[in-house]
Design a protein around this ligand. Structure first.
Ligand code: CTP
Ligand code: MG
Length: 185
């Protein structure tokens, strides 16, 4: 049905399209801190709503970082003649990539909300879930915007969901090899 080179080309396109959803958490890690999003409050189960790992500054700088990434991509496309995001009018591109970034940070917070309900402490691992919630929420929110469907289709969404955990494993292995992490997962 699909040839391998076709799948690889599509996978690269999907990576490019999803960069504004992938980068926000990195910006939050770098620039986050200060007042927690849940203002330190507990949920009805007596546990923190989100926990100290989700901060207002992290959320805002994450979304801003995603928008920055997208605009760098837009410029790169204009210089190289690549036509993915730049095939959209700028206003549509801006709204779409804002929604991808905002959705990624909202999904990241939702992930923490669910982790706290399961009694997993801040920073504790919740495999697969940790790596996919942000993506699901990002895709869900941005797919409500019609321009999303000018660039994405079901095949690209499926490829995105499949490559994201792989990418996670790969980047963690690289970080381990570079001695940035103690364990390769
Ligand atoms: N961060 C932040 N604000 C956010 C998201 C992340 O300040 N909205 C920062 C925090 O310093 C956080 C770090 O980025 O500790 C890593 O993010 P993440 O792995 O998402 O949070 P965890 O600390 O693992 O917490 P949780 O268990 O709730 O996911
Ligand atoms: Mg974490």
């Amino acid at each position: 049905m699909f040839s391998l080179p076709q799948i690889l080309t599509t996978a690269l396109q999907v990576l490019w399209l999803l960069l504004p959803a992938y980068t926000p958490n990195n910006f939050a890690v770098l620039l986050g801190g200060g007042k927690p999003l849940d203002l330190g409050r507990n949920f009805i189960d007596g546990k923190r709503i989100l926990g100290d790992g989700k901060t207002v500054r992290g959320f805002v700088s994450g979304v801003a970082g995603g928008i920055l990434t997208a605009n760098v991509q837009f410029c790169l496309e204009c210089y190289t003649g690549l036509k993915i995001y730049s095939s959209l009018p700028y206003s549509e591109f801006f709204v779409l990539t804002f929604l991808l970034s905002f959705g990624a940070m909202a999904g990241d917070s939702l992930g923490s909300f669910v982790k706290r309900r399961f009694g997993i402490e801040r920073g504790g691992k919740f495999p697969v879930f940790d790596q996919l919630t942000f993506l699901f929420v990002s895709l869900l929110i941005s797919s409500l915007y019609p321009a999303f469907w000018k660039l994405f289709d079901i095949a690209k969404i499926v490829i995105g969901i499949l490559i994201t955990p792989l990418l996670h494993v790969l980047t963690n292995c690289i970080a381990y090899k570079l001695n940035l992490k103690d364990v390769p997962w």
